[in-house]
Design a protein. Sequence first.
Length: 71
Amino acid sequence: MLYEYDGATFRTIWTPRDNVAEYPWTAVEPMAGGLLVNRLPNPKGSLVIHEQYVLTVEGPQKSSEWQTERR
């Protein structure tokens, strides 16, 4: 989840959907200027979906998406 803090309160501005990952430390990876979300659409399947986001003032915006086989 990504939060905004206005000096007094926090508010959620983004939550990844279907965020089921093989390992918790690989679910969301920080990157320069954004983040990479790695998710398993089917926890028992072999497909991993990678979604790259850039951070903007409006919140994260998806810049690319690709799929790989689960290792």
